[in-house]
Design a protein around this ligand. Structure first.
Ligand SMILES: [Zn+2]
Length: 142
């Protein structure tokens, strides 16, 4: 009998990290738009040198922000992958009572734990520690 009581659904951490970078990217993008606007204004004022300079600045800023946006999206996807969950199997040698729980700090194989639920005279021991690799949930909602 297994009791899967604690199902972890944590997917709100990635959006918080990227929001800061997103703000910077947005600022750079606005800056590039300002540069384009100034370039147009300089062009109309017959100041071609300034127009060219501002256009180049705008293009560089735009490319930079686009590049950073792509980079952060890539890392956001990478961090979206849930870290492999480490599981610990606790077993009673006497009655064979088996329980799988999350790995806890200090766990090691053959470590004696609390008394068995069914036979209080016997202690349960850790028989296995393994990584649980969950398949990534495919939820694309852009
Ligand atoms: Zn037992």
């Amino acid at each position: 009998m297994s009791t899967d009581s604690n199902s972890s659904n944590s997917s709100t951490t990635t959006s918080r990290i990227s929001s800061f970078v997103f703000m910077i990217v947005l600022a750079v993008m606005v800056l590039s738009l300002v540069a384009f606007g100034l370039a147009a204004w300089a062009y109309m004022a017959d100041n071609l040198t300034s127009a060219v300079f501002l256009t180049i600045t705008g293009v560089i800023a735009m490319t930079l922000s686009a590049y950073v946006l792509l980079q952060t999206r890539r890392t956001a996807v990478a961090t979206k992958l849930p870290p492999a969950k480490v599981m610990t199997t606790v077993e009673c040698r006497k009655c064979g009572f088996k329980n799988v729980r999350d790995f806890q700090r200090g766990d090691y194989v053959y470590k004696e734990l609390e008394a068995c639920q069914k036979c209080p005279d016997d202690k349960t021991i850790i028989t296995a520690i393994y990584k649980e690799i969950k398949e990534k949930e495919k939820t694309y909602n852009f």
